[in-house]
Design a protein around this ligand. Sequence first.
Ligand code: GLY
Length: 363
Amino acid sequence: MRQILKVQIKDNKEYLIDISDSSFAKLNQEVFEYTKGQKRLVIMSKKVYKLYSGDLNFSDDEIFILPDGEKEKNYNNYLKIIDRAIQIGLTRKDVIIAVGGGVVGDIAGFAASTYMRGIDFIQIPTTLLSAVDSSVGGKTAIDLPQAKNVIGTFYQPKKVFININFFNTLDDRQYKSGLGEIIKYAFIEESCNYKIPLYLFEFLTLSCQKILEREPLTIIRMIEYCLNLKIAVVSQDEKESGLRKILNFGHTLGHALETITNYKKYAHGEAVIYGMIFIIELSYKREYISYSYYKLSMDLFEKYGFKSLKCKYPTEKLIEIMKKDKKATSKNITLIVPCEKKQVREIKLTPLDIEYAMKELYK
Ligand code: GLY
């Protein structure tokens, strides 16, 4: 099975996303055809290299292996990638390919966008999370010790190849972390201004079993639904000056949890799940949503085995981190909250409001 989606952004930028369950041999052939005549620099995480270098036909001298983990998305590794690009003589006509999860995609994209002022870039996501989120939409970044994603660019890939066979080696925790970003789209569907109702909330409720069993056709459909929503958002607001902020639903507390635990305790999607549950609980307490929507939402999380956080981190510290969020102003913290079923809006709360809500919810 195969689905092709088109991303169309202003200034005539457009590219295709190819979602399929075809063999790795076919993937190799397609990537090689697509990059014919170009020199390739392939950034791969160590784990992906171990698992898939035999299936993927890249030669060792075109592969740069990035150690695993968020902490590797740093300036030193960025310079090493650039150094390698210079060493192999990559020119403006050539291409950088990311094969991995969000960390690899972000740093490889940043390198592609800055090397010689920008060269071609291809994303081959190997995790469910990067397939439904970071591989599409053009956000690239590296982290500094002080903050995540603080240096970066908006730089769209030339093509995204999503092959769901990579997900067979994800452990349960990684797979379910991807479901965190997927559930996010169910809560924002109607705010995305996508032309056709997808009923993602209902789809995720009814197909839970098949999704957890990783049934290939259901997975392809689920990715297609999420990406249709993401494409709708990104094509209206590539640089996150407005609408795109809704993609950060659940991320304000989510990022704070990742930061306070030094990116070691929570996978990104897990942190986003806790963030979404927190904001839904807060919204119910503040009467932004009805009890029935609150209950329906909690039932969806429960169906997938997700529970609310038992927060043992100092509230004041979490808030200090939230204040450094790119969307925060000097006085307020910006939050994306649910308002109606499948709709979200932006609100600004003072740190004190959030502190009060957290103390109430996590007492
Ligand atoms: N991950 C959120 C975005 O792409 O805007």
